[in-house]
Design a protein around this ligand. Sequence first.
Ligand code: URA
Length: 221
Amino acid sequence: THSARPAGGAKPDPGAKRARLREIAIRAKRCAETRALGSLRDQFVFAIGNPDADLMLIGEAPGAAEEQQHEPFVGPAGKLLDKIVGAMGFEREQIYISNIVKFRPSTGDGDQGTRNRKPTAEEMATSVGYVHEEIEVVEPKVIVALGGTAMEGLLGLEGGVGSHRSKFHTLRGVPVMVTYHPSYLLRSGENREKRKVWEDLLLVMEKLGVQISPRQRRYFL
Ligand code: URA
C-alpha cells in the first residue's frame, strides 16, 4: 500500500499529476542556478512516460539523440533500455523515465557530435531538486538509479556501482535499486554483466509484486 494514496486503493487523477510535472518542467527549464553554470547545452530534455507509474528509472543526462528528439533514452542506450523494460514485462509507456541532469553537458567545443561527458557535482546539485519533486508527484513504488552518476546524485553514494547494487536503498521513503547503466552493458558486451543487471531487476520486479516466470528468472544465465 502507498501511504500517499487515498484509502481504497484509488489512484489520483493522472491528469493532475501530468499538470504538476509540466509545472516542474517549466521551472527546471528556466532554472537560473543551472543556467548560471554555463557548462550545459541549451536544449532542455525532461522526462517521459506515465505520471502515475509504479516504476521510475533515472539516468544521467541527455546525449545527442535525446537532445534532438527532446526525450530521455532514445539513443543506443535507450534502445537497450526498451528491451530491458520489455523483458521485465513492461511497455515504455507504463513507466516513468527521467534523468538527474536535464541538459546535455557541454564539452566546450561547439558541435560535439556524439561525444558526452559526465555531469559534474555542481551540475547535479542544481538539478536533483527537480528530480525529488518528480518523485513526489509520481509516487513510484520503486526507483532504479541507472549508473554511478544517478547513484551519486540521488543517494550521495561514492565508489563503484558494484559495491552498492543488488540491495535496496531508500530515498524519500521509496526503495531505490542501483544498477549498471545500459551504456556500460553496450560497452562491456558481457553476458555476466547483463545478468547482474537482470538480477537487480528481478529484485525490483519482486518488490513491485509482478509475476516472474521461470523463463524470466533464467535470462542471461
Ligand atoms: N543516457 C542517460 O543517462 N540518459 C539518457 O537520457 C540517455 C542516455
